[in-house]
Design a protein around this ligand. Structure first.
Ligand code: 6LW
Length: 499
């Protein structure tokens, strides 16, 4: 069969995977968004369905003042003795913690904190022992991949944190995972930073603490030498074995806008490549160590058809699943009906981090297509924002001011705000806001009755990760703002990707 990468498009970084009860489960980081840690399920490794989030309560996920460098970093998911564990870092409270559940469709426990620092924690279970591995500093001050054993009931450290691996020489060693395959232990990490030089490297050894001998052809996977190729930044990987004994690597990468435009707007996404072992236990990954868009494999059944999502609407999506809030939401400001979302205005704007603006966000997953929504608001403003972070967003809104009603296009780049193409409307009724996505540009428009308004375009790259920084991707945010606590109504929301 043939499949296309990414297998999960849009801002779903730092994938981690496990297998349980004949199905695969995958989690990603979520930074300043609530709920946190998107959770996916698959039966075939190719088609993934989001079944919810792991962190669904404020007690598990305080996000005060979290921005796109804050909140939840790389999670790891593991299954042991009938129980699922997810371990991650909330950098806002500077803590590594894990939660667990015995029902993957249910709630997860409150956090259990572990006193080992660094980021990208991972768990490995063997013979009643739990190994806790992260990047960061060992108890003796050494930097690298650090490991201790913990009591999985309490999170208490049972052994000192020691440095077990220093990688293959690249900068930003991160995302460690420890595996035992056959009699051999493998430590796999990412290096190069989560940018164009990103890569996956590993070593193998005879004990969980090493010493680990580096693979002599590291990096085992990278697209860093493919200048201009659409898929860049391959790294941060995890491994799973399928029912036929074949190993697969999921990893993050991103798609640049164009061959000559090294910018990406859809965040870091999830990719899948096959692995192969030689007789000495060394493995390779991808196609000659790279990740291409299309992969042909005889290891998956020809009956598997990859379904790529083209259309989204209120009916096809769910709150708390595809739709997420910015930081900890004020739930009393949201009312969701089958055919409309009613959002209550507050004075908190999208450009602030002190509080949670009234906004509900869904990821931009492809680079071409159309987004539209009918907006009703008699006061303040309400619209669709292309929201990268608090200092980089493009807003298209209907608003009331002293002159009456207007449709406005506003850009906020690096915190500098500018309004353009302000169109006066006679009434606030029946206004549909429209945004066309076309790789390097967003085109803005509005419609009232039979009259169409063209509000011009803005370049996508000013919302890209390369410009905005941070670890996230562009979201379509339905938002409202105002001083009088009025409601705004959103109807007929639709995304139509052209792919
Ligand atoms: C994450 C690190 C990384 O913790 O980026 O690409 C950081 N890898 O492993 C944030 O996603």
């Amino acid at each position: 069969m043939k499949y296309q990468n990414p297998i999960i498009p849009g801002f779903y970084p730092d994938p981690s995977i496990c297998k349980a009860n004949g199905k695969y489960y995958l989690v990603c980081s979520s930074f300043q968004y609530f709920p946190g840690v998107p959770l996916f399920e698959s039966e075939d490794l190719i088609n993934w369905k989001q079944i919810g989030h792991v962190l669904t309560r404020e007690s598990q996920l305080p996000l005060e003042r979290a921005d796109s460098n804050g909140g939840i970093y790389a999670p790891t998911i593991r299954y042991n003795n009938g129980r699922f564990y997810m371990v991650t870092t909330n950098v806002n409270i500077d803590g590594n913690f894990y939660v667990y559940t015995d029902d993957i469709y249910g709630e997860w426990s409150d956090p259990i904190f572990v006193e080992q620092g660094g980021i990208d924690p991972s768990l490995y279970f063997e013979d009643g022992k739990t190994y806790f591995t992260s990047n960061g500093e060992a108890d003796d001050g050494q930097q690298g991949i650090t490991q201790c054993e913990i009591d999985i009931e309490t999170g208490k450290k049972l052994t000192p944190s020691v440095c077990i691996y220093k990688g293959a020489g690249g900068r930003y060693i991160e995302s460690p995972h420890l595996y035992k395959i056959g009699d051999t232990y493998y430590i796999m990490v990412a290096e190069g930073g989560t940018e164009y030089g990103h890569m996956v490297v590993y070593g193998k050894g005879k004990t969980p603490y090493g010493p680990f001998e580096n693979y002599h052809k590291n990096p085992v996977l990278t697209n860093r030498n493919l200048g201009g190729y659409v898929i860049q930044g391959c790294g941060h990987a995890d491994i799973v074995c399928d029912d036929n004994g074949n190993f697969w690597m999921v990893h993050l990468a991103f798609r640049q806008i164009d061959r000559w435009m090294p910018f990406h707007i859809t965040g870091r996404e999830v990719y899948l490549v096959p692995m192969e072992f030689d007789e000495d236990g060394w493995f390779t990954a991808g196609v000659n160590g790279i990740t291409p868009v299309e992969i042909e494999t005889d290891r998956l059944s020809d009956e598997i058809i990859q379904k790529i999502k083209k259309n989204e609407s209120f009916e096809s999506t769910a709150i708390g699943n595809e739709w997420v809030y910015i930081r900890n939401p004020h739930f009393e400001n949201y009312e969701f009906f089958e055919d409309k979302y009613v959002l209550k205005q507050t004075p908190v704007t999208l450009s602030e981090i002190n509080d949670s603006p009234t906004a509900i966000c869904i990821r931009q997953c492809q680079m071409t297509g159309d987004v539209s929504c009918k907006v009703e608001c008699e006061d303040g403003e309400a619209g669709i924002s292309l929201y990268m972070n608090e200092t980089h967003h493009y807003d298209l809104c209907l608003r009331k001011n002293e002159k009456g009603y207007q449709v406005v296009k506003r850009s906020c780049i690096g915190g500098v705000e500018c309004e353009q193409n302000v169109v006066d409307m006679e009434t606030p009724e029946d206004v549909t806001l429209q945004i066309k996505l076309d790789y390097k540009d967003y085109y803005f428009g509005a419609k009232q009755g039979d009259t169409e308004y063209n509000l011009g375009k803005l370049e996508t790259r000013y919302l890209s990760s390369e410009v905005a920084c941070g670890f996230t991707g562009v979201m379509f945010a339905l938002y409202t703002y105002g001083y009088n606590g009025r409601n705004a109504t959103f109807k007929d929301f639709g995304i139509k990707y052209e792919i």
